[in-house]
Design a protein around this ligand. Structure first.
Ligand SMILES: Cc1cc2nc3c(=O)[nH]c(=O)nc-3n(C[C@H](O)[C@H](O)[C@H](O)COP(=O)(O)OP(=O)(O)OC[C@H]3O[C@@H](n4cnc5c(N)ncnc54)[C@H](O)[C@@H]3O)c2cc1C
Length: 429
């Protein structure tokens, strides 16, 4: 790491504002693609380390991420009150990656790239079209050829639908084998459904005694702390897990935007936004990881070839439109969430649905996907969306609502998984 000493702005080729998920994947990609001759600065008031989140994503096996994975599954389960469906994801697989190894690999890359770390917030960004001047909280500033900005930020205006994916997970350790490590539960809609929104549980087993069990809602409003605990305890009971043989080792919380609001990826000529701030979060699911990974690779390849570090859009435009319609149909009550996802998986190969959610399907496949939803509510949502878009054109300055920060992270704990509050018995590992 190069120490910051004098007060002239630090001159670099590339400044990364934000050093979280998107930046960590980018640093690793730059290293992987042999980029060595760039001057790089990373500006973040926090140096990300350890386990503050768990990424679940799907993709092809044998990527450079494989050595970092905690677990992966060829089969996943999608459950509704009516049935439990086991899906074979071949040629894809579902995988779990904890943040610790990702941040460690990024730290190694940062050293090899001789990057400068500025542990302060980036406060102002001024792009004159030739260089970008970044004001930093330590008073020195950075002058960069390109800025890759992944600082969390609200969209530029309110969405036509604004939901949140909000969740709590328990890392559960059991005294005896209780989990099936050969398959993950992707979505289990047998949880009680909220009045407005969708809820589901999921299970990511690392072994027959250790798993991440989460309760998730796609809905406009957050729950209380006790509300998440109660919902998660309810899901644990629904799985038939006996709390007396379980200990909660860590708790993971998160809030991710699900909205058709715009997150401009190129606000000025030399500023590129990545991660959630750049639109990598898929509005209909909150999944973000695969798009961040893809874009990190594209940026690194471009830089290695001496080109501008501008990735392709996180998702094709038509996918963002389809997501806007789906979110609207779910929000306005035209379509029930469990039914919507159940039909998608019932009428399409799982691999096609997952590729669709990553933005990788052809228009013909997308017609098949659209045909698997209920027609009338989707037509109503499409019409409503079109009217709303016209209104937005006529009144483009609708302010954006505050979206809660996308990060709550995870905290280690050690308690019995019985009662859902902090009164639980605390037991050290
Ligand atoms: C608990 C949790 C679990 C998740 N699980 C999944 C999952 O399973 N699958 C999936 O696809 N997605 C998941 N996501 C969504 C998404 O993948 C993550 O939020 C991901 O970390 C987003 O990366 P990012 O770089 O956009 O933001 P972050 O990783 O949040 O990084 C943003 C960085 O900006 C820094 N920052 C803030 N202000 C400033 C400033 N003024 N100047 C400089 N830096 C600043 C922050 O300190 C932070 O390090 C999850 C999110 C959370 C919170």
């Amino acid at each position: 790491m190069v120490p910051v000493t004098d007060s002239a702005p630090l001159d670099v080729d590339l400044a990364l504002l934000g050093g979280g998920g998107a930046a960590s994947l980018l640093l690793a990609a730059l290293d992987r693609h042999g980029v060595r001759d760039l001057r790089i600065a990373i500006v973040d008031p926090v140096r990300r380390r350890g386990q503050d989140r768990t990424w679940a994503f799907w993709g092809h096996p044998d990527s450079d991420l494989d050595p970092l994975l905690s677990a992966s599954w060829q089969q996943v389960e999608v459950a509704t009150a009516a049935r439990r469906r086991v899906l074979d994801l071949t040629p894809l697989r579902y995988a779990m990656l904890r943040s610790g190894p990702v941040y460690d690999r990024a730290a190694d890359a940062e050293r090899r790239l001789h990057a400068t770390r500025i542990v302060a917030p980036a406060e102002t960004v001024r792009d004159d079209g030739d260089r970008v001047l970044v004001g930093t909280g330590d008073g020195r500033g950075v002058r960069a050829g390109w800025v890759l900005d992944s600082r969390p930020r609200p969209p530029t205006r309110a969405g036509r639908t604004t939901w949140l994916q909000h969740f709590r997970g328990w890392w559960l350790e059991a005294d005896r084998p209780v989990f099936d490590p050969t398959r993950a539960v992707l979505m289990d809609f047998r949880t009680p459904q909220p009045p407005r929104g969708v809820s589901f549980g999921y299970v990511l087993p690392v072994s027959d005694r250790y798993a991440l069990v989460e309760y998730t809602e796609f809905s406009p409003d957050l729950l209380t702390d006790a509300g998440y605990d109660a919902a998660l305890a309810g899901y644990r009971d629904l799985l038939g897990l006996d709390p007396s043989v379980l200990r909660v080792r860590e708790v993971e919380n998160g809030v991710i935007p699900m909205t058709d609001a715009p997150f401009p990826a190129r606000p000025t000529p030399r500023v590129v936004r990545l991660g959630t701030a750049g639109g990598a979060t898929r509005p209909s699911t909150g999944f973000t990881f695969s798009a961040m990974y893809r874009q990190a690779d594209q940026v690194a390849r471009a830089l290695a070839a001496g080109r501008a570090p501008v990735p392709e859009p996180a998702y094709p435009r038509r996918h963002r439109w389809m997501d806007a319609v789906a979110l609207r149909a779910l929000d306005r009550g035209g379509v029930g969430g469990p039914e919507f996802f159940d039909r998608l998986f019932d009428r399409n190969p799982a691999e096609r649905v997952l590729r669709f959610l990553d933005g990788g399907t052809t228009p013909a496949e997308e017609i098949a996907i659209m045909n698997s939803t209920r027609l009338l509510p989707m037509i109503a949502a499409t019409a409503g969306d079109a009217v709303h878009r016209v209104r937005d054109r006529l009144r483009p300055t609708r302010p954006a609502p505050a979206i809660p920060p996308a990060v709550v992270g995870s905290a280690p704990t050690a308690r019995r998984a019985g009662p859902p509050s902090g009164e639980d018995e605390v037991r050290a590992r």
